[in-house]
Design a binder for this molecule. Structure first.
Ligand code: SAJ
Length: 419
């Protein structure tokens, strides 16, 4: 069997590599020329645990080729972005153009799988009309399905194999062929449904997480007012066998959880009330966090305060800054007239003026460290090694990830969001 994977990003590249290393011939295509030439040279344009050695294996075996154009294949897998527009409506242009790009290559008997997360009905309303242009009878001569990716960045190669998978075909034969393909490496169960339900399932999953995090963030705000440590309270509540509350934080980032609930709002604005409120609650957290930092500094009466922001990636141990709440927090810190430096060992190129690659430089003459991402490297820090470089030893741990005792021993006054 030969595969053609459209889109070589956080999902498409690991998926292409995975199939190639299981003996299938895979051609990967991406419109980004730089990414394609890096991949062809066995270099990574994204960070993911275990990807480097697997990419080398895939290219060296000859099973994976890449270019900026699709090729004929038995199966086409589309894994392109599906972001939102500034007005929070779904931007399906990448899905549309990826589908269009394969039309000249599709032949009788082929299977087309959409992996991108999309608003329910996208396969029916957007992909099917484009694929009709092939002149093939859909469901008989050309098979189509949606099988949303469900992997978490950082653990992609574990979850690709172990997670259960949803497959929603436009008819039974489309589902059957899709299940057969993923069985190549999926060890989790594969659940079959129709395409629109599969789209809904995926959006539900991320919306569930967003609403749950919003609940935690609301609890954090309430806890601060009534003098309770929200982290302790949530931890204890979660000992109940039917309670599973997520964790508060400086905001919700990434290209999934902060995006997909808007699909639901766009489809049914009058019904998606809680979902909408959850989204705006989570979007309020960066400003709330910045204001908390300002309040701490004001209470100490510090003149011309300087903040060191730790963590720019949208979550722990990755290099992905897409929709990162850290950037929003930084924006609100600057807006409040505070001086700032920013440091993240995972973001190896400086993205803005105040960013530095040196921890020492970031903390020197600072009054407050604000931890925005729970990178393992931050948890492992020994604050005693740089405490004396600080002008004032304050730290706001917005992720509650630091060893409080250690920081206090080094002379820091430790604050936490939701405490
Ligand atoms: N966050 C919190 N509190 C929490 C958990 C997360 O504030 O308790 C924040 C994180 O800091 C981060 C954001 O939420 O800024 C999102 O991180 P995440 O780890 O929850 O999710 P993603 O975006 O990396 O991946 C999600 C996953 N979906 C679910 O867990 C339901 C993943 O399985 C999906 O494949 C992915 O979205 C996707 O591509 O849709």
């Amino acid at each position: 069997k030969k595969l053609c994977v459209i889109g070589l990003g956080y999902i498409g590249l690991p998926t292409a590599v995975m199939f190639a290393n299981h003996g299938l011939k895979v051609h990967g295509m991406d419109v980004n020329e730089k990414a394609v030439s890096m991949i062809a040279n066995k270099q990574l344009h994204i960070e993911e645990n275990g990807l480097q050695e697997r990419l080398i294996q895939a290219i060296d075996s000859g099973n994976l080729t890449v270019s900026t154009s699709p090729e004929k294949a038995d199966v086409f897998i589309i894994a392109v972005p599906s972001p939102i527009n500034p007005d929070k409506t779904a931007n399906l242009e990448y899905v549309r153009s990826a589908t269009r790009s394969i039309v000249p290559f599709v032949e009788k008997g082929n299977l087309v799988i959409l992996e991108s997360t999309v608003p329910p009905r996208t396969v029916e309303d957007i992909m099917i009309p484009v694929l009709k242009e092939t002149g093939l009878e859909l469901g008989k001569d050309l098979f189509i399905s949606h099988s949303p990716e469900r992997v978490i960045p950082g653990r992609v190669f574990v979850e690709l194999v172990q997670n259960d998978r949803i497959v929603g075909g436009i008819n039974e034969e489309s589902s059957r062929l899709t299940v057969e393909l993923y069985k190549t490496f999926v060890q989790g169960e594969i659940h079959v449904t129709d395409a629109t339900t599969a789209e809904m399932v995926k959006v539900i999953e991320n919306t569930y997480r967003d609403v749950n995090i919003a609940f935690a963030n609301e609890l954090a705000k309430i806890s601060e007012k009534i003098g309770v440590n929200v982290w302790e309270a949530i931890k204890l509540a979660n000992h109940h066998p039917r309670v599973n509350i997520h964790l508060p934080g400086p905001g919700v980032g990434g290209h999934c959880i902060a995006v997909d609930p808007w699909f639901m709002v766009e489809l049914q604005p009058n019904l998606a009330k809680m979902i909408h409120l959850a989204r705006t609650t989570n979007d309020s957290m960066p400003e709330y966090t910045a204001q908390k930092a300002k309040n701490i500094l004001d209470a100490k009466g510090i003149q011309h305060p300087r903040v060191a922001a730790f963590g720019l990636a949208f979550k722990a141990n990755i290099d992905d800054m897409r929709e990162s709440p850290s950037m929003e927090v930084i924006h609100h810190i600057k807006e409040r007239g505070l001086d700032l430096s920013a440091y993240d060992p995972h973001i190896k190129e400086n993205k803005f003026e105040q960013q530095t690659q040196s921890l020492d430089e970031a903390v020197t003459h600072s009054d407050l460290i604000i931890v925005l991402t729970e990178h393992q490297s931050f948890k492992d820090l020994d604050p005693a090694t740089f405490a004396d470089k600080m002008r004032t030893k304050l730290v706001l741990d917005a992720k509650n990830c630091l060893n409080r005792q250690l920081w206090e021993q080094a002379g820091f006054e430790v604050f936490t969001l939701g405490d």
